[in-house]
Design a protein around this ligand. Structure first.
Ligand code: FAD
Length: 278
């Protein structure tokens, strides 16, 4: 089916995009990679949508090391995340996550800003932001604000973005010296959304663990993190995962299977970050 559009404007600057978004009063959508939005429009799931194309905004691109954070522009494509030496050395969990997203053609167009704004519970990048303690930089009519990833992902396909706001970048703290990170997932076929996935960052003051595909949003496994931080082993941490996760029970897998897969992934991620195989 062809998408039904109610207009198309190519934004010429960040302030132009924000002005157009505010003026649309929730009737327009930003067009980034189009890999989720256009698919939804083709299926007529998105209604008749006016599009604000942000692809010409160079200020939304680029990956830079800025002080103690890696700044990744919202328009950075998944492929760039997978191939950037800066991402590989300063946020390796993101470099490991990017090749797991869909297929090469989708990674060439899909963007980090689009993935975070869409907030699919099975997507890899929201969980990376949680595990790495990232900040989402957001622009709106009142200017810029910074939202901690922990406050950004609110519910199924729902974020803390107001209807007149857009993501401009993310700021990811550099991995500490000696820190090991791992992103792992289990999917039926390569390129499919994960049935369950994990992002683990082993920091000096304890591990940060985020899961995806096992609840309405990516989420931190706070009980398991507390067990490990207080000296418990992987089995003890896996045993409390049912307190942290709320897996869906759907046609792809029963909830009990997803919880089992999450436990398997926790053990694998802990082993991988211990031996340096991640
Ligand atoms: C077959 C298929 C398989 C896929 N598999 C996976 C997968 O395994 N893992 C995964 O993570 N993703 C997967 N995706 C989705 C893909 O990663 C998308 O690229 C991503 O979810 C959305 O990014 P986009 O840049 O394409 O956004 P778009 O499709 O352009 O936009 C998505 C939504 O985000 C909004 N948006 C875009 N940019 C911004 C911004 N800067 N600020 C605020 N709102 C914004 C749009 O208005 C829209 O509502 C898959 C997609 C397809 C078609």
């Amino acid at each position: 089916m062809k998408a039904a559009t109610a207009g198309y404007v190519r934004a010429t600057s960040l302030s132009h995009a924000v002005t157009l978004l505010a003026a649309s009063k929730g009737q327009a959508r930003l067009l980034a990679g189009g890999q989720s939005l256009v698919a939804a429009m083709n299926l007529r799931l998105a209604g008749e949508t006016a599009l604000i194309d942000i692809n010409g905004l160079s200020e939304l691109g680029g990956i830079t090391a800025d002080g103690a954070v890696l700044r990744i522009g919202a328009l950075t494509r998944h492929r760039e995340l997978a191939t950037s030496p800066l991402v590989a050395s300063l946020a390796p969990a993101i470099a490991q996550a990017a090749p797991l997203i869909a297929h090469a053609a989708i990674r060439t167009r899909g963007t980090i800003g689009g993935s975070l704004a869409y907030a699919d519970p099975a997507a890899e990048l929201p969980a990376c932001m949680l595990a790495l303690g990232a900040t989402i930089v957001v622009a709106g009519p009142q200017g810029l604000r910074r939202v901690a990833a922990e406050d950004f992902f609110v519910d199924l396909f729902t974020t803390a973005l107001a209807e007149d706001e857009m993501i401009t970048a993310v700021e990811v703290p550099f991995a500490e010296p000696g820190e090991r990170q791992a992103t792992l997932e289990l999917a039926r076929r390569s390129g499919d959304y994960a049935l369950a996935g994990i992002v683990l960052a082993r920091k000096a003051d304890g591990p940060r663990i985020a899961f995806f595909g096992v609840g309405p949003t990516a989420r931190l496994a706070r009980s398991a993190m507390a067990v490990l931080a207080s000296g418990g082993d992987g089995e003890a941490a896996a045993a409390v995962l049912d307190r942290d996760l709320d897996p869906p029970d759907d046609v792809h897998a029963p909830a009990a299977v997803r919880l089992h897969l999450a436990r398997v992934l926790l053990r694998r991620a802990l082993a991988a970050t211990q031996t340096g195989d991640a």
